[in-house]
Design a protein around this ligand. Structure first.
Ligand SMILES: [Fe+2]
Length: 387
């Protein structure tokens, strides 16, 4: 019992306690890209546009964006060299250009790789030292350049998170750069920018968003607010990812997927991701299997563990996926319904990878975020059951 304002309160009552941080201004909807120039004038007169090597240019998006910037007399330099799963070398090239061109903010335009690269370049362009040190928790001396994110895929949620994933080719793993200063200042969610995504990218990025929502729902760091966002994101993805795959120009489905990606991004910005992400990173680096697909294929076995650790949440997840009583099977069936072979073995991954990849996952924060007991043996078991 405790006393406050003259009242005695029952401190044994259950009170939800949590923090949630989501500082990105979200501008969403039909032709929201048209509002770009109005949103960015305060960041400075020159930006670095960071994009992938082909898709943004081919679709005419770069021209549209540069026209919008020019209309408000905002200068730009273009760094269009970001590959899928950008490497530390690519980031350094972008940093060199940002410095030599004296830009003041960074516009990430494209999929999660372009936006992740934009964040890392924004940090490293104004700070000295090795990117590995910042990944290990070193605080930057100066705040990064403001980042504006314009996603053209509906998956990573990077447009609303503080994380940037960079591939360290030598270590054979992904580095996680996570700093509160890396939240983009503005995210523009224009569903029309997603309609040119090829089918496999639509599916794989959509599966990534689904995994973010599911993992968030089982995270030790979840809250009532992330739960609402996660369940709503799962519902939208189950409904609209199959439609977006079959009918790529269906703006309603694209809008649902763009929102679901941001919803699950807001979740993981606060809850982190869990075991499927940690086990999946080395597979993506070693085998080139896309991040979203890899993570999704590890999720049925993860859900099996969650049935034991958190049966009610597992049932709720199964219900949204289409089979309340069997969440792992529901996830596998959903993956298959999207034309994706649902087991890692179909992509050349074998039992011999289980031990080294589980060892790489073991020390990661993702494991600490995961409910239940996660020894290396349990991780290996999830890996083996996914092959
Ligand atoms: Fe992911």
């Amino acid at each position: 019992m405790a006393s406050i304002f003259g009242r005695t309160l029952d401190r044994k009552a259950f009170v939800e306690s949590f923090e949630l941080f989501a500082p990105t201004r979200i501008v969403a909807g039909d032709d929201s890209l048209g509002r770009l120039a109005d949103e960015v004038g305060r960041f400075g007169r020159k930006c670095l546009i960071v994009s992938g090597q082909r898709s943004a240019r081919l679709s005419g998006l770069i021209d549209r964006v540069t026209d919008l910037l020019t209309s408000k007399k905002i200068g730009f330099s273009l760094f269009d060299q970001v590959e899928p799963n950008p490497t530390t070398d690519t980031i350094q090239d972008g940093v060199d250009l940002a410095r030599s061109e004296k830009v003041r903010w960074v516009l990430g335009l494209g999929g999660g790789s372009a936006i992740d690269a934009a964040k890392a370049i924004a940090l490293m362009a104004v700070n000295q030292g090795d990117i590995h040190s910042y990944c290990a928790g070193m605080r930057p001396e100066y705040p990064p350049f403001p980042v504006v994110a314009v996603p053209t895929t509906s998956g990573t949620g990077s447009e609303v998170t503080a994380a940037s994933l960079i591939t360290d080719v030598k270590a054979g793993d992904k580095l996680g750069l996570v700093l509160p200063e890396l939240f983009p200042r503005v995210a523009i969610l224009d569903p029309a920018l997603a309609v040119t995504m090829p089918e496999n990218v639509t599916v794989d990025t959509g599966l990534d968003a689904l995994c973010h929502a599911i993992e968030s729902y089982f995270s030790r760091r979840r809250s009532p607010l992330t739960d609402i966002l996660a369940l709503e994101a799962i519902r939208r993805i189950v409904k609209s990812l199959p439609v977006a795959r079959k009918d790529p120009e269906n703006l309603g489905a694209r809008s649902d997927m763009h929102l679901a990606a941001a919803q699950s991004g807001l979740c993981i910005a606060n809850t982190g991701t869990l075991v499927p992400h940690a086990l999946g990173y080395p597979i993506t680096v070693r085998y080139g299997l896309s991040h979203g697909r890899t993570t999704a294929l590890l999720t049925p076995a993860f859900l099996k563990k969650m049935q034991a650790a958190e049966p009610e949440r597992a049932e709720k997840t199964g219900e949204l996926l289409g089979a309340r009583e069997n969440p792992p099977q529901a996830m596998r069936a959903f993956i298959e319904s999207l034309g994706v072979a649902p087991r890692l073995g179909a992509y050349g991954i074998s039992e011999k990878d289980a031990e080294p990849f589980s060892r790489l996952a073991q020390g990661k924060q993702h494991i600490k975020n995961s409910m239940g007991e996660w020894t290396e043996d349990v991780l290996q078991d999830v890996f083996l059951k996914s092959i």
